[in-house]
Design a protein around this ligand. Structure first.
Ligand code: ZN
Length: 241
C-alpha cells in the first residue's frame, strides 16, 4: 500500500514574494509533493487559506504522514485544527516538521518547550553531518550534506533531547545546530528537519529530497498494538495470593 502523505504549507511567502515564487513556482508544498510522487507515494497538498486549513477530519483520517512548512502565520492556525493534528499524532500519524515550522503551534505543543533558536540570514554555507549512519533517515546519504547558501539556525535550540539525533549542522559563521531530530509521542513518530528557507532552492536538492523520502517512510504508522489504559481488575494469570 502506498504511503498517504499530506504536504501542508502556510503558502504565504509564495503569494507576496516574487523571489520565493521564482524558486518555488508551484509553492514549497508543490515542490515537495512533486518529488514524493516520484517515490510511489500517494500525495496531496493542503494550505493555510483553505477551509480548516485543508486539514479536515477526512483528510487527517486519510493521512499516514503529515509534512508541515510554515513561517509567518503560525498564529493564524486554529487551535481546533492543532488539537486534531495532535490527537492524530498520538494515534500514530507521522509528522515531519520543516525549518521555520519549529515555531508552529503543533510542534511546540508536541515538544512542550519554546522551540526557540538563534538565526541569521546572510546565505552562508551549511554542512549537515550524519551522526547516526545506521538510521533509516540517513539511507543513501554520504557522510554529510552540503548546502552552499542557507539561513543559519544556531544552538541553543530549546527542544527536549531528541530520542535520536540524525544530523548536526555546522555553519560557516561558526554555529552548530541539531538539524535532524526524531521523537516518539504516543504511537506517532515526529521528525524535525532544519533546512528549507524559502528563498533558497533547498527542496530541489537531491540529498534533501532523499532525506524527505526516508523520513516519510520512517514516520509512517506501523500496525502495532493499540494500548489500553485504565483499571484492569482481572489479572491475565490466575492469582493465588
Ligand atoms: Zn527561514
Amino acid at each position: 500500500m502506498a504511503i498517504r502523505v499530506t504536504v501542508w504549507n502556510e503558502g504565504r511567502h509564495e503569494q507576496i514574494n516574487e523571489e520565493v515564487r521564482r524558486v518555488y513556482p508551484e509553492g514549497i508544498h508543490g515542490a515537495i509533493a512533486n518529488h514524493l510522487l516520484t517515490q510511489g507515494m500517494k500525495v496531496r497538498t493542503a494550505t493555510l487559506d483553505e477551509p480548516e486549513h485543508g486539514l479536515t477530519d477526512e483528510v487527517l483520517a486519510d493521512t499516514d504522514v503529515l509534512i508541515w512548512w510554515a513561517h509567518i502565520a503560525h498564529h493564524e492556525v486554529s487551535d481546533e485544527v492543532v488539537d486534531k493534528v495532535y490527537q492524530r499524532v498520538l494515534d500514530g500519524m507521522g509528522l515531519i516538521v520543516l525549518h521555520s515550522g519549529h515555531f508552529s503551534k503543533i510542534f511546540r505543543k508536541l515538544m512542550g518547550t519554546t522551540c526557540d533558536l538563534k538565526w541569521r540570514e546572510i546565505g552562508e554555507k551549511e554542512r549537515l553531518w550524519v551522526v547516526e549512519p545506521g538510521h533509516p533517515i540517513a539511507e543513501g546519504i554520504g557522510e554529510y550534506i552540503e548546502l552552499p547558501n542557507t539561513e543559519m539556525y544556531g544552538e541553543r535550540f530549546d527542544i527536549p533531547a531528541p530520542d535520536t539525533l540524525v544530523f548536526i549542522s555546522w555553519f560557516a559563521g561558526g554555529e552548530v545546530f541539531r538539524s535532524g531530530c526524531c521523537y516518539h509521542r504516543g504511537r506517532g513518530k515526529i521528525f524535525y528537519f532544519r533546512p528549507g528557507h524559502e528563498t533558497f532552492p533547498i527542496f530541489h536538492n537531491k540529498d534533501i529530497q532523499r532525506v524527505l523520502t526516508n523520513a516519510v517512510r520512517w514516520a509512517a504508522p506501523v500496525d502495532g498494538p493499540v494500548p489500553r489504559f485504565g483499571h484492569h481488575p482481572e489479572p491475565l494469570e490466575k492469582f493465588e495470593g
